[in-house]
Design a protein around this ligand. Structure first.
Ligand code: UDP
Ligand code: MG
Length: 342
């Protein structure tokens, strides 16, 4: 095993129940990595609590591809946490997070590496030009999300840029300095800045297996993103309140005026009920928004580790000692798949 500082490129791959995809992925990736003229590289799989034979598939792949490494999490923590684990455990001078389903085409690595090495870019990100492989419902909801996010967030994110990007070691360390538990990586990558360039590509359909994200997960992912990078939804209610109070004032003037001029207008049942129900709804929505933030604040304050490591494979001792686990998780003893059977 090479000393850790000579590793040029780390590919970080979060995997969750992807037993079929591992070998297809490595078969497509290995020739490209080989052609890149790198002194050393590693592919760090982060097993996000898979319940199928994903770990066995990675172990088997390591025979053929010795650059394969594995960090196995203690349960499913979600893609963002798995990605964070991968960034912490990787040692490359540049790191590229990739999906295992070949929706992030490995051929693009050639251009990524060229822009990094020859032109000095610190962030080279893939930009999905043609998303026809996604369903139209997914494309539309993604479009709405990007618009809303960019309207309210401190830092805009580029629509249609995913996690597929090359980032230099400096940028990796920067993203790891953001210690929040709610890890919306697209937002974090944008927030840190650095010299960046886009590489457009067409996103192919999944090579094997099926998507791990349903609409409910995507909705919560969107909420994580917006609450993580904006307080506008919280502050909005001041202005809604002012606006409603202003309307209420006008309506009161109108009511008092008509009562004085034309006598008391007793019925008013429909308007009273409409106003009560409307205001009740507005109040519940605003409470819900506060709840969304409060719930996340509660999770942040508890300061639980972002992920826990159950075991690792393929890392040399120095790297194991200095590596990854979040400072909070570091105290937890780790099983070594190298030494002990899983
Ligand atoms: N993934 C993960 N943990 C999860 C869900 C997904 O590590 O809880 C991984 C998954 O194995 C894949 C990547 O994240 O490598 C992207 O997932 P997927 O292809 O299902 O997402 P989509 O492309 O449909 O948005
Ligand atoms: Mg996919």
């Amino acid at each position: 095993m090479e000393p850790q500082d000579t590793c040029d490129l780390s590919i970080v791959v979060p995997v969750f129940n992807e037993e079929e995809a591992i070998s297809v992925f490595l078969a497509a990736l290995a020739p490209i990595l080989n052609s890149l003229d790198l002194a050393a590289y590693e592919v760090v799989f982060v097993d996000d609590g898979s319940t199928d034979r994903t770990i066995e598939a990675i172990e088997a792949a390591q025979q053929e591809h010795p650059f394969t490494k594995l960090v196995s999490l203690s349960r499913n923590f979600g893609k963002e946490a798995a990605l964070t684990a991968g960034l912490e455990w990787s040692r490359g001078a540049a790191v590229v997070p990739m999906d295992v389903d070949l929706q992030d085409p490995p051929e693009l690595l050639v251009e990524f590496v060229r822009l990094w090495r020859d032109e000095g870019y610190e962030v080279v990100y893939g930009l999905r030009q043609d998303r026809s492989s996604d369903s139209s419902a997914k494309r539309n909801s993604a479009g709405i999300f990007y618009r809303v996010f960019n309207m309210v967030a401190d830092r805009p994110i580029e629509p249609d840029a995913g996690d597929f990007r090359l980032i230099t070691r400096k940028v990796v360390e920067a993203t790891l300095q953001l210690r929040e538990r709610n890890r919306f990586m697209k937002g974090i990558f944008s927030w840190v800045g650095y010299k960046r360039i886009a590489v457009p590509y067409t996103r192919p359909p999944r090579a094997a297996g099926e998507t791990k994200f349903n609409y409910w997960k995507l909705w919560n992912f969107a909420l994580d993103g917006i609450t993580g990078f904006s307080t506008v939804p919280l502050k909005l209610w001041t202005y809604v309140g002012v606006f409603v109070a202003f309307l209420a004032f006008l309506y009161t003037v109108y009511l008092v005026g008509t009562t004085l001029m034309f006598g008391r207008d007793v019925p008013g049942y429909a308007s009273t009920l409409a106003i009560v129900l409307f205001l009740g709804g507005v109040q519940l929505i605003s409470l819900g928004v506060i709840g969304e933030y409060l719930g996340r604040l509660y999770l942040e304050v508890k300061g639980r580790p972002i992920y826990l490591v159950r075991g690792t494979m393929g890392f040399d001792t120095a790297q194991r000692r200095s590596s990854g686990p979040h400072p909070v998780a570091r105290a937890v003893p780790k099983t070594d798949f190298d030494d002990e059977a899983v």
